[in-house]
Design a protein around this ligand. Structure first.
Ligand SMILES: [Zn+2]
Length: 414
């Protein structure tokens, strides 16, 4: 039996029927529905010449031993956000399984290199607010002390939720053993954005994941009566913040893929009869280039100081979180472009705004690339998330083609 992309589509529908309700997918990590999805996935391995086990962080590893111990890893995640879509994560896992089946069949159970499939635990961080949990344990970039005490909305601690699923957070570092012999990592994912659809392209080659700078910006002015304070005498903190909210569009607009967002603004005292004395804004800036990201941060900061002066206010910044941009492997990007071009007849390179497990794998020093398939209307983390079935089939075929090219590449490196 050769590659059967229709089987992947059918299996994704089967998984949806098993783990979604009228509001969408409910495979939130460390819940019973997620465990049900994982048990279903294991049932799909019956009859394949593979070994499978969970590592100490709860990531499932499926191994098809090859002539060489060097391993090509295919992967993604089966967990979802609450009320999620039918493709986010599980597309990459099920497509990876189909490619593994093809290797097992074509080489009578013994491909030229070892083929591994991973279902990373808790990519979404939907319950505890900690994304990429399993893949960070694999990569050795985990943060156990900070993570164990996280609580969900019911007050259950992260380490207790993991224990219920047989995972001991203190043993997370042991997951690093799975990095042994890892030669390359490939991940297929839905784009979750509108770029490919806007270009009318089914598939895209992902250059890397954007770095993020996230800050709280507080403007301080003077609370004053709305009726008695002349316009010229005001120290309006919201006016300064509003100027910045417009300026970040200019700052991001200087770079083709950069994005800047002020997603939250709070005013104090926040009543209609007072000039705003204090305004707190949250700024998120992203780009694939560390230099661009640093420049955008500096420009936003300088602009905020200028606007504060203009409005007779002061401003202070505090970093909420940041992560560096992760560039994928240039030679695998080239091979991904060839595979996409051969299957779809056209290829386009784009960065990823969202983070993915592939970013953690890449941070571990393993050559990595991702492939995106078009998302209809760019919508994800929503039950209406969708992709045309013909595009899903192309994606499975292109991933399979890329896997072949990557096996050749692994072998050529000696
Ligand atoms: Zn995902």
């Amino acid at each position: 039996m050769s590659l059967n992309p229709q089987r992947t589509i059918d299996e994704l529908k089967e998984l949806r029927a098993l783990t979604a309700d009228e509001n969408g997918a409910q495979r939130v990590a460390w819940t019973d529905t997620w465990l049900k999805a994982r048990a279903w996935f294991a049932s799909k391995l019956d009859g394949l010449p593979v070994e499978h086990h969970f590592d100490s962080a709860g990531n499932r590893w499926v191994t098809l031993p090859g002539a060489s111990e060097k391993a090509l890893i295919l992967g993604s995640h089966l967990d979802s956000v609450p009320n999620g879509g039918w493709l986010d994560g599980c597309l990459g896992a099920m497509a990876g399984l189909e490619v593994m089946r093809r290797f097992a069949n074509e080489y009578h159970g013994r491909p030229p290199v070892t083929i591994r499939l991973v279902d990373f635990a808790d990519e979404e961080g939907a319950r505890f607010g900690r994304s990429l949990l399993g893949s960070s344990a694999f990569a050795g970039t985990h943060s156990i002390a900070a993570d164990r005490v996280r609580v969900d909305k019911d007050g259950i601690r992260l380490d207790d939720a993991l224990k219920r699923c047989g995972v001991d957070i203190d043993r997370f570092p042991d997951a690093g053993i799975e990095r042994k012999n890892a030669a390359a990592y490939l991940e297929l994912h839905i784009e979750q954005g509108p770029v490919l659809e806007s270009w009318n392209l089914p598939l895209g080659v992902v250059l890397g994941t954007k770095g993020v700078e996230r800050h709280t910006i507080v403007f301080h002015g003077q609370e004053a009566h709305s009726g008695s304070t002349p316009m010229k005498a005001r120290r309006d903190a919201l006016a300064a913040a509003a100027k910045l909210a417009l300026e970040i569009r200019t700052i991001a607009g200087r770079h083709p893929d950069a994005v800047c967002t002020i997603g939250s603004v709070k005013t104090f005292p926040g009543i209609v009869t007072a000039v705003v004395g204090r305004c707190e804004a949250a700024l998120d800036q992203r780009d694939l280039d560390a230099g661009v990201l640093a420049a955008m941060y500096t420009q936003a900061r300088e602009a905020s100081e200028r606007f504060a002066r203009e409005e007779k206010c002061t401003v202070e910044w505090a970093r909420i979180w940041n992560i560096e941009p992760i560039a994928f492997h240039p030679e695998l990007i080239d091979r991904c472009e060839q595979a996409v071009d051969e299957i779809a007849g056209v290829a386009h390179r784009l960065p990823s705004g969202p983070l993915h497990d592939a970013a953690e794998v890449s941070r571990a020093g393993i050559p990595t690339v991702m492939m995106f398939v078009q998302s209809l209307q760019g919508i994800s983390h929503n039950k209406i998330e969708d992709t045309k079935e013909e595009h899903l089939a192309l994606a499975v075929r292109a991933l399979d083609r890329l896997a072949d090219k990557t096996v050749e590449w692994i072998n050529s490196r000696g």
